[in-house]
Write a protein that binds this ligand. Structure first.
Ligand code: FAD
Length: 560
């Protein structure tokens, strides 16, 4: 008999406890207090803290690590329009109306039209507000459609703006993806600006400290409590384990892309330190608590429950994205929504010629316009095709794509997987029928899919999926290549991001109880809350929503 017992794996998910109910506020030994307590120091938390300070409130910001979250790992793209200085400089006209008209296709009613329009109306001012806190933007544009602009380029079409079906009656589409000016991935620089601004504003920060519990008072209505503070588990300041914890978090950021196993090991070691050494304290919020702890992509239980279809994806998020803010809200009866909405990023451009091919499902049927934004293609693939599909190209597209990968100034994360797919991982055949047999698809269906796309390319009919004319390419001669764009392909990882969160009152960000009543003293922002990207994400919409919803919550609590 095998007597070797395996050690249970440390969970990296913060244990959230039922809310602590008190009758007398003085019964707790509060370590410190402020008007506003912000839980989570990513973009949303920083914006909430800055706005609350600007309104004269005292603020404490708490973070499980040293701040940054997914925001600092991000591409630093902010979706902004309505006539930003950079749109104007690049020669584009835009208006809040045109922006709202386009975003209505993406937002799908997840926020009211009034909130959507307010977001668009505030957009120019919110970008300027970010600049006033040290972020920089610019008007230089790439010359090709891309998932992320190359070095030196900072303004681009970051969604589906140029897709014919998404064009709006207000005029030609305007680029709205504003990438923060920086070398490399810009999120780090954007967050550094917000981090420095938070510190300069006089907000007090409590780091390497995890909120595990809300403290509440019962109100006259027995059902909905009033939130008065939080229970925090903080690592001892300056202790060797605490310094090691900070090092581990830096390693997570370093290894997450190229050595995810190592990053996971560091996350577990950091969680072990938290469980062994953190000390419990209480922090009082005189006016309110703002939950801004990000999404829940690193919570296997929630992912299994709500998004099993996306489990094979490559999680994009900060190490703290375990849904703790949302779960804290749920301990006092808050409502969470859209938890099965996962943004699945299947970018097939660059290389910019790839969308001239066709995407097919396991049957051999074409299923989407290839030129759409990567999260739209990912949605069609993951939600409607069981996560499995192929991109079919011919040799001419292959060699053009290889040239783009080698000499087109692409990022390594764009060119290396594309090259590996074409040179090492492709299925190849001289006819569509032979290719279909290799893919275990229906030869007739693949032949029909290809014939229909070729007829559109020759101008004999409309493209069945509405692809614009400049993206048409006739593929009438083999050899053909099939590239595996399925969710589980390790050569071509498909990034996933959670979009759902706590239901909030869209006027002020106050968290809504399952009974429909707002919870006194509890607010949420960023990916902990329902917001503009909660239905479909386009690049930049999450950070832009962090600014919008963070400022909204900070302003509302400070004004109480
Ligand atoms: C690689 C990558 C690229 C991306 N690129 C873009 C982009 O260019 N544009 C865009 O709009 N979006 C982008 N996104 C998505 C975007 O970055 C996130 O959706 C957004 O930053 C979320 O911000 P947030 O403030 O809600 O949460 P986060 O930035 O994740 O911050 C949450 C913070 O809360 C802390 N925390 C968690 N739990 C607790 C707790 N219990 N107690 C205390 N603290 C806690 C965490 O440590 C963290 O610091 C990208 C994401 C990734 C990962």
């Amino acid at each position: 008999m095998n007597t070797v017992s395996r050690k249970p794996r440390i969970s990296t998910v913060t244990p959230i406890e039922p809310a602590l109910e008190i009758n007398n506020i003085n019964a707790i030994d509060w370590k410190e207090s402020a008007d506003v307590v912000v839980v989570g120091w990513g973009a949303a938390g920083a914006c909430a803290a800055l706005e609350a300070r600007a309104q004269g409130a005292t603020v404490i910001v708490i973070d499980r690590f040293e701040g940054g979250g997914a925001s600092a790992l991000s591409g630093g793209v902010v979706y902004a329009g309505g006539g930003t200085p950079y749109q104007i400089q690049a020669g584009f006209l835009d208006s809040p109306e045109a922006m709202a008209s386009y975003l209505k296709h993406e937002v799908n009613g997840v926020v009211s039209d009034q909130t959507l329009f307010q977001f668009c109306k505030d957009s120019v001012a919110n970008l300027a507000w970010l600049e006033s806190h040290g972020a920089k933007f610019a008007a230089t544009m790439p010359d090709h459609k891309t998932s992320y602009p190359p070095e030196g380029k900072f303004l681009y079409y970051s969604g589906n703006e140029v897709v014919p079906a998404c064009q709006t009656p207000e005029g030609p589409p305007a680029p709205r993806g504003h990438r923060t000016v920086a070398k490399g991935q810009s999120g780090k620089v954007l967050f550094e600006a917000l981090q420095n601004a938070t510190l300069k504003s006089g907000a007090h920060t409590v780091t390497q400290a995890t909120v595990r519990r809300l403290v509440c008072e019962r109100t006259t209505s027995d059902q909905v409590p009033r939130i008065v503070g939080v229970e925090v588990w903080q690592l001892p300041v300056g202790a060797p384990e605490t310094l090691h914890h900070a090092e581990l978090h830096k390693k997570v950021a370093r290894w997450r892309t190229f050595w995810p196993g190592k990053a996971a090991e560091c996350r577990r070691e950091a969680a072990k330190i938290e469980q062994a050494t953190a000390v419990r304290t209480y922090i009082r919020a005189h006016k309110g608590v703002i939950l801004s702890t990000g999404g829940f992509i690193y919570n296997p239980e929630l992912m299994g429950q709500f998004a099993p279809h996306a489990k094979k994806g490559w999680p994009v998020g900060g190490a703290g994205c375990d849904g703790s803010g949302m779960r804290l809200g749920q301990t006092v009866g808050a409502n969470a929504e859209a938890l099965n909405n996962i943004s699945a990023w299947r970018f097939i451009t660059p290389p910019s010629v790839w969308p001239q091919g066709i995407v097919i499902n396991t049957q051999g049927e074409r299923f989407c316009n290839e030129q759409v934004y990567g999260a739209k293609l990912g949605h069609e693939l993951v939600d409607h095709q069981n996560g499995r599909g192929w991109l079919i190209i011919d040799s001419s597209l292959k060699w053009q794509a290889i040239r783009q990968c080698m000499f087109g100034g692409l990022w390594a994360f764009q060119s290396l997987p594309a090259m590996a797919m074409m040179l090492l991982g492709a299925q190849k055949a001289d006819t569509p029928e032979a290719l279909a047999i290799k893919l275990k698809a229906d030869p007739l269906k693949l032949r029909q899919s290809l014939d229909a796309a070729n007829a559109a390319a020759r101008g004999e009919s409309d493209d069945p999926f509405g692809k614009s004319k400049d993206m048409h390419h006739e593929m009438s001669r083999g050899p053909y290549l099939a590239l595996d764009i399925s969710i589980g392909n390790p050569t071509f990882p498909l990034a996933t991001l959670t979009l759902g969160g706590l239901q909030v009152d869209e006027n002020n960000g106050q968290v809504v109880h399952a009974s429909g009543q707002a919870i006194e003293g509890l607010y949420a922002a960023g990916r902990t809350a329902m917001g503009l990207p909660s239905s479909r994400y386009v690049s930049g919409l999450s950070l832009a929503d962090c600014v919008f919803s963070g400022r909204r919550a900070g302003r509302a609590v400070a004004a109480l």
